[in-house]
Each structure stands twice: as C-alpha cells, then as structure tokens.
Design a protein around this ligand. Structure first.
Ligand code: ZN
Length: 349
C-alpha cells in the first residue's frame, strides 16, 4: 500500500481520442485529466481499423479515483467538449480553466462545459498566474507555465489556441532522476516565443506533446529562408502566391525531398525543449490532416532524435514511471516502430 514514505508509481496516458487531446496523470488515487476529447462519448473508426477512445471509456477508467482534477488547456471543442460529459458523470474536485477574459469569445461547447461545471458545483479555478498543484505524496508537481505571462501581455495577442501550458514533473527530492512532460495544448508560435524568452529553463523536458496535433503552423518552422534552388529541386516555384509551407508540404513526396530540405526545417522551440519522447495526438483522416508532413519532416531534420509516438498509429500511449525516475512507454499497438523516420515514411505513403 502507498504511503508518504513509499513513493508510488506514476502512470501517464495519452488517450487515442482521434482529432483532439486527452491525457491523464495518475498517482495513488488521484488522476489529473488534461483535456477530454472533442466529442461526448463518440468513437470513430480510422482507415486502419483502429477505433478511437471515447470520453465514455475515459470515464470508466477514471471513475473510481478518490480525487479528480481536470485541466482545460483552452476553449476549443476538440479539447473541452468531452469534459462536459465527464463533468456530468464523475465527481470532479477541481477544474482549472484559462481566464475567459483573455479571449474575445469562447466556443459554444466550452460555454456548455463551464455551465455544467457550475451546475455540478465543481470548483472552477481560473488560472491567472503560475499555479502548482502537488498530487499524490507531493511527488508530482503540475505547473502552469503560461498564464502568468498573459497578465503582462497587451490584449489581442492571444489566439483562441493559446491557453494553459501544463508542465508535469516528478519531484523526488532524492537522488532519483526526475521526469518531466510538457502539455502545450494548441499553443501558437507567438506565445511559444514568449515562453522561450521568459521561461527557457522550464522548457527542458523529457517528453513533449507536439503543439496543435502537429500542425505545420505551430512549430515555428521558417521556410522563407529556403533558397530558390532548393525549392526548385523539389518542384516549388518561389514566385507563386500562397502559403509557402503548404506548397512545400504538397511537393514533398519522398525521403529524398526531405533530405534536400534538411538544413532549412529547424524549429527553435523543438531544439530548445530537446525531448527524448514526442507524442502526437491526432487523426490524419480528419479534415485538418494533422500531423502535417512538414512537421514530421522538421522532426526528422532536427538535431534531436526523439522517439515519436502518434495516437493514430499507436493507440493509447502510456508512461509507467517508477519511484527511481526510470520509465517505460507502452503503446496499445506494440507493432509500430517509433523513430521519426518510421513515422515520416508512413506519412509519405
Ligand atoms: Zn486542438
């Protein structure tokens, strides 16, 4: 049995909810749920035959916990809609949400979720400054990195994608190695740059959930410096109007093309974080086509060589962290190979 003197195992799961996000951190009888799927209780079968996990199933997994803490990174439906259902069916102790005043308006599904929280008498914590909640036997810190900075920013700079950036870290207070994971939600590049400037030391983590499901717009990849001859060599005409990133992505159709672009696809945010493990939560068959090929090419081209996990390939992805800080990662589908090259190869097919 766990006690304060006996640190417990920690389990972190990135649920395969399709085009959306839902991640849980569990220690002892406490679960923190960061976002909760886009749909209330619906499952979708992907082309490969894999069926996504619904908030109904997440409910079953977390229902028996003594303490439940919810965090909504921001107010987009693919992160918050499923929380509405969960709030109705499980007893939530605290619900952390970004301060509504930061946004011009919030989605209808977000408004409904906040209303449900009120109806259920759930304590809503508006995150307006850096907050830490310790869970378990104080061996886990859950820090909110971004909102503190929001206060000092001129209004109007935040997009609807910005919100709470959660950093999970073990706090062993001993010689054991600590493990940390960053959950940035759909954070925009502008705010990534603010974070990079203001909280640089906080950004070095073991695991990163890729911002915005691997969107090409959300890693700060700068394509404007790519020389014309390199673009020509993959069939992109620089004089064309339109979204250069999209044009490059549409032109990439082989590893050879990625190789030609290798020196030009770096992401400062990614290099700074330098994660050992990268998780992408997405469903490529959705209209948004996340994760974008350009993002995967940038991952492959970077100096870092993380293991890359994707919910759409791997199903649920679970970290088992033992008290000494060593961890293993299990996936629902263990047949998949996790290197960036494999994921990129898969996307090129
Ligand atoms: Zn999203």
């Amino acid at each position: 049995m766990s006690s304060a003197a006996t640190p417990s195992k920690i389990e972190i799961t990135h649920y395969n909810v399709g085009q959306g996000d839902a991640h849980s951190i569990t220690v002892d009888n406490t679960t923190v749920l960061i976002d909760g799927d886009r749909k209330a209780g619906k499952q979708i079968r992907s082309k490969s035959g894999r069926i996504t996990k619904s908030s109904k199933q997440i409910q079953r997994e977390i229902a028996g916990q003594t303490t439940l803490i919810f965090i909504a990174t921001h107010y987009d439906m693919d992160h918050i809609a499923g929380l509405d259902r969960l709030l109705k069916h499980v007893n939530v102790d605290k619900f952390y949400v970004p301060h509504e005043e930061y946004y011009n308006d919030i989605t209808a599904s977000a408004a409904a979720t906040l209303q449900t929280a009120d109806k259920q008498g759930v304590s809503k914590k508006k995150v307006t400054n850096t907050t830490t909640c310790h869970i378990g036997t104080r061996q886990i810190d859950v820090d909110f990195l971004f909102p503190e900075l929001m206060l000092g920013l001129p209004t109007g700079l935040l997009t609807k994608n910005d919100g709470i950036v959660t950093k999970f870290s073990t706090n062993s207070n001993s010689s054991g190695k600590d493990v940390s994971i960053l959950f940035p939600g759909d954070l925009s590049v502008y705010i990534q740059n603010v974070l990079t400037r203001e909280q640089k030391q906080e950004l070095s983590v073991d695991g990163l959930v890729l911002p915005h499901h691997g969107s090409r717009q959300n890693l700060g990849i700068n394509c404007t410096e790519i020389p014309s001859d390199v673009l020509d060599s993959i069939g992109v005409n620089r004089t064309e109007n339109g979204d250069l990133k999209r044009q490059i992505e549409e032109a990439i159709d082989s590893m050879g093309d990625v190789k030609k672009l290798k020196d030009w696809l770096q992401s400062d945010f990614l290099e700074l974080i330098d994660p050992d493990e990268v998780v992408i939560s997405a469903r490529p068959t959705h209209n948004y086509n996340h994760p974008h090929l350009l993002t995967l090419a940038a991952l492959h081209s970077s100096e870092i060589t993380p293991n890359v996990y994707c919910t759409y390939r791997d199903g649920d992805i679970t970290w088992n962290i033992d008290p000494s800080g060593s961890y293993s990662i299990e996936t629902q589908d263990s047949r998949m190979k996790h290197g960036t090259k494999h994921v990129l190869n898969d996307a090129l097919k």
